[in-house]
Write a protein that binds this ligand. Structure first.
Ligand SMILES: [Zn+2]
Length: 263
């Protein structure tokens, strides 16, 4: 048994390398090989094992791109589509004769993997950093940035806006304005809860920019309150994170919040 496994592994490793990089057949060939990897295990299990081997976390709001090889996302779409089809069948929907649902399983799989949850599977956007040459140390406010996310409890959409306040230090590395949106999108395109999402974004900005202070306000509609549950269309959730100078200096905090109100 043990020998069999080792053999299968080394073979698939060798073939997948060759096929993914050199076969002109491209995608479909890569897919076939990936499916064969680790003796026919579903791709999600193969990826999960890699993560577990590194003792890494893979909660809904974690990025697992480091454990996914080139070409594998396609295979993941196939696997999710297959399982989504089973969900539709369990919901007693006749996907054979109902033309509206014939390709729904694949559409949903693509939407999850390639769009709304792709912040889990893709690497962090590269951020070009600029030295703070003019030694700016004035409050900067970026926003509103559109936020599209989903709650990890029901996978219902969360639609909202975010404002980021940064007080750079003279030594801070600055990032281009559009990068705030890119980074926000990357963090938000995962199933999560709003409170954790803003904390994660604040952590990331602190690490990248090393500012004197960073503040984030997020205001969002939670579809799990509107589409289901209490069906309260007007309920919103607003939360904020204040770090460094924004925490200590109430004038700065007031300045940031007053500038938001005018938008
Ligand atoms: Zn929910």
């Amino acid at each position: 048994m043990a020998t069999k496994k080792t053999v299968a592994k080394s073979v698939s490793k060798r073939t997948s390398k060759v096929v993914i990089k050199k076969t002109p057949a491209g995608k479909s060939a890569a897919k076939k090989v990936i499916k064969k990897e680790d003796s026919g295990l579903p791709l999600s299990v193969v990826i999960r094992r890699r993560i577990e081997a590194q003792k890494a976390r893979f909660h809904a709001n974690d990025n697992i791109s480091a454990f996914i090889k080139p070409g594998e996302l396609e295979g993941l779409v196939d696997e999710v589509a297959e399982k989504m089809q089973a969900v539709l069948e369990s919901l007693v929907i006749d996907t054979d004769s109902d033309h509206n649902t014939q390709n729904t399983s694949r559409r949903v799989a693509k939407m999850y993997v390639q769009e709304v949850f792709n912040g889990r599977y893709t690497v962090q956007p590269t951020l070009t950093k600029f030295p703070n040459v003019s030694r700016l140390n004035e409050l900067m406010i970026i926003g509103p940035i559109t936020v599209r996310s989903a709650c990890s409890h029901h996978l219902c959409p969360i639609m909202g806006r975010i404002w980021i306040g940064v007080l750079p230090s003279k030594e801070s590395a600055l990032i281009g304005l559009s990068k705030y949106s890119r980074l926000t999108e990357w963090v938000m395109c995962r199933p999560q809860i709003q409170e954790e999402a803003v904390v994660e974004l604040a952590d990331m900005l602190e690490k990248k920019i090393k500012p004197i202070g960073v503040a984030i306000v997020m205001d969002a509609d939670h579809f799990c309150m509107q589409w289901r549950g209490v069906k309260d269309r007007d309920s919103k959730m607003v939360n904020s994170v204040m770090r460094g100078a924004f925490l200590k200096d109430s004038n700065l905090r007031r300045e940031f919040l007053s500038l938001l109100e005018r938008r």
